[in-house]
Design a protein around this ligand. Structure first.
Ligand SMILES: [Zn+2]
Length: 197
């Protein structure tokens, strides 16, 4: 067993000790909301948004982008599991700002092992050959933090399977302070339509 696997298994054993009544939680999120956010290891949505097990849906990917798959999860979250408000939360110093589609595709075409970043550019330590298929993938990189939150909220808002009465809020989490700062233009774009009379 790798060191990491044994650490995870040990941590889980102690989690199980304190699991208590959590086995009785209902499947639908008790607090009725969902968060789409970045996978960045510095972000812990349970902590930054005060979630306990059973409270909310958290959908994570690189950048917290509103990809087709993230939207699939949000639609299920509302349609089948009853969430009524959604957050899109990107963050400062996101790794998705550090490369472009062309850069990652070129790196992958050259070699698949982990590349190094010197603060300015990425370079492969090895050149054993990779694959060119990366040139055909949209990587959803970020050029402008505020802009990307607005784009993602707008994309969710405009989706034909997202009901008008679900508000979508836009925020940027500051990795230096832990604070969530609202992106007003995003929240504005994500406003719910007035409830039907
Ligand atoms: Zn990120």
């Amino acid at each position: 067993m790798s060191k990491i696997v044994s650490e995870v298994v040990a941590a889980n054993q102690s989690y199980v000790q304190g699991f208590g009544k959590k086995g009785e939680l209902a499947l639908p999120p008790a607090r009725g909301f969902a968060i789409l956010t970045c996978m960045d290891a510095r972000l812990d949505p349970a902590k930054y948004a005060g979630l306990a097990e059973g409270d909310a849906h958290v959908i994570r990917n690189a950048g917290g982008r509103a990809t087709d798959d993230a939207i699939r999860s949000l639609i299920i979250s509302h349609k089948l599991l009853g969430t009524k408000e959604w957050f899109v939360i990107h963050h400062t110093n996101c790794g998705m700002e550090l490369f472009s589609d062309e850069i990652i595709a070129d790196l992958l075409e050259d070699d698949l092992s982990t590349a190094a970043f010197d603060g300015k550019k990425w370079a492969n330590p090895h050149h054993h050959g990779g694959h060119a298929v990366g040139h055909f993938i949209k990587w959803h990189t970020i050029k402008d933090q505020q802009g990307s939150v607005v784009h993602d909220v707008k994309r969710i808002r405009a989706h034909p399977l997202v009901p008008r009465d679900v508000p979508v809020y836009g925020y940027i989490y500051d990795v230096k302070t832990g604070r969530l700062n609202e992106v007003k233009a995003a929240t504005e774009a994500g406003k719910a339509a007035a409830a039907a009379a």
